[in-house]
Design a protein around this ligand. Structure first.
Ligand code: AMP
Ligand code: GLY
Length: 423
């Protein structure tokens, strides 16, 4: 099978790394990819959001399956584009159409969907552009902290959690009236604050059946002890120790199944990944957000724990035959530590030479913001590498990851030393 993975992060390296191990994989392309994906497949210099380019490449190179890494091409309707064209229709895609992608692309849509299908989530109200006064009044009627969410995609920055009423009211005005997050904040969802432990749960679905993939916990803040600014993710652990069998049964019965069934009942075909951003409050799971893709860096701990043929699962999902699939997962722990450029998530420099990659022996290095320049590998983004260790215990998996991190260096290399500290 010829496969095209769209994207260029650590997630896409991990997906491509796993797919490349499969005997069924003939040609593997990654677009645009990075220095890591170049080791397991062929990088193609095209923009995943330029559907004309993607389609032309896929058709000319007999691509049979496209795995969409990031959300933007999905929210932009890549599946709808392929479905609308007779010659492209036969190319199978892992990722939902524009309709299903609204689970991630619109917080208001996701909340309405959860309410309709009785899926546990924080209570909420949505306000539109002309409703600043109502929104401010509503904030007065609820208790802090105030959770304000831009309705649309805001590059992971659209959620504000504020302690003071006046800050919340001012931010509400900024979002609704002054387009703080552009079109994304033309509507704002206000949610009740939930206090608990977060985790990420993943399913692959064909719209009727699903397989649950290994769960994970990621570390979003830049600073140790979960302090400082939000990032794309500074590390992850899988499995999540506190998500025991009883808890995961609640997750499946109250959240995963009703989501898959709800999509079907609403006439929304869905082939792809479902990422449930959950919070556990006194043993009960609630949905904080849906994503319609895999997580990053969660994928860098989830893929190494999948012990069966992953491309086979994707193949079955893409044909609507996932009921035939069974997932084998590795009981060992996987831990990943993300190395970032100095200054991230703010301004940072690029083009730093990365040394020591070949000295890492007992960990897997997934590349993210890095590219090949002449004969060396240089930094090209904020999150540069994710170093994953695996072992019977979480402590040992972390030790292997950190041993790997210590072998690697580039100017300004920054990482958290406390991944897993709370577990
Ligand atoms: P989201 O983009 O919806 O995942 O929100 C980003 C982050 O904000 C989450 O990972 C949580 O840490 C936090 N968050 C979002 N919604 C809530 C909520 N209702 N209660 C508490 N924290 C929240
Ligand atoms: N690590 C969280 C995300 O991928 O959205």
């Amino acid at each position: 099978m010829n496969v095209l993975v769209l994207g260029s992060g650590g997630r896409e390296h991990a997906l491509a790394w796993k797919i490349a191990q499969d005997k069924k994989c003939n040609r593997l392309y990654v677009a645009p990819g990075n220095s890591g994906t170049a080791e397991v497949g062929t990088n193609i210099d095209l923009n995943p959001e330029d559907f004309d380019q993607v389609a032309q490449f896929a058709a000319e190179n007999k691509v049979e399956l496209i795995v969409v890494g990031p959300e933007a091409p999905l929210v932009g309707g890549i599946r709808d584009y392929f479905d609308a064209n007779d010659t492209l229709k036969s190319i199978r895609i892992i990722g939902p159409g524009r309709d299903g992608a609204r689970l991630e692309g619109s917080k208001d849509f996701a909340k309405t969907f959860m309410q309709k299908h009785d899926i546990p989530t924080a209570s909420y109200q949505t306000f539109a552009k002309g409703q600043v006064a109502e929104a401010k009044g509503y904030l007065e009627s609820i208790a802090p902290p105030y959770v304000l969410k831009a309705d649309g995609l805001a590059g992971g920055k659209g959620v504000l959690i504020l302690d003071s009423l006046s800050d919340a009211q001012r931010e509400m005005e900024e979002m609704l009236s002054n387009a703080k997050f552009g079109e994304a904040s033309s509507r704002v969802v206000v949610e009740a604050f939930l206090d608990g432990r977060e985790l990420s749960v993943f399913a692959l679905t064909d719209g009727s059946s699903y397989v649950l993939l290994p769960n994970a916990k990621d570390y979003k803040r830049i600073g140790e002890g979960d302090s400082g600014l939000n990032t794309g993710g500074m590390g992850a652990i899988s499995p999540v120790p506190f998500a025991d069998a009883a808890f995961m049964e609640k997750v499946e019965n109250r959240i995963v199944k009703p989501t898959v069934e709800g999509l079907k009942a609403d006439g929304i075909p869905y082939i792809g990944f479902l990422f449930f951003g959950l919070i556990e409050v006194n043993g009960e799971p609630f949905v904080i957000e849906y994503n319609v893709r895999m997580g990053d860096p969660e994928t860098e701990v989830v893929m190494p724990r999948i012990d069966c043929d992953f491309l086979g699962l994707l193949d079955l999902a893409s044909k609507g035959e996932l009921h035939k699939a069974k997932l084998e997962s590795n009981p060992n722990y996987a831990a990943t530590v993300v190395m970032v450029s100095k200054g991230y998530p703010g301004k940072y420099e690029k083009g730093k030479r990365i040394n020591g990659l070949n000295e890492v022996k007992d960990a897997t290095v997934f590349h993210a913001g890095s590219r090949i320049d002449a004969n060396s590998i240089i930094t090209s983004g904020g999150r540069v590498l994710a170093v994953t260790g695996m072992s019977k215990t979480m402590e040992d998996a972390l030790k292997k990851a950190y041993n790997g991190v210590e072998k690697i260096d580039f100017e300004g290399a920054t990482y958290r030393r406390d991944i897993g500290f709370d577990l």
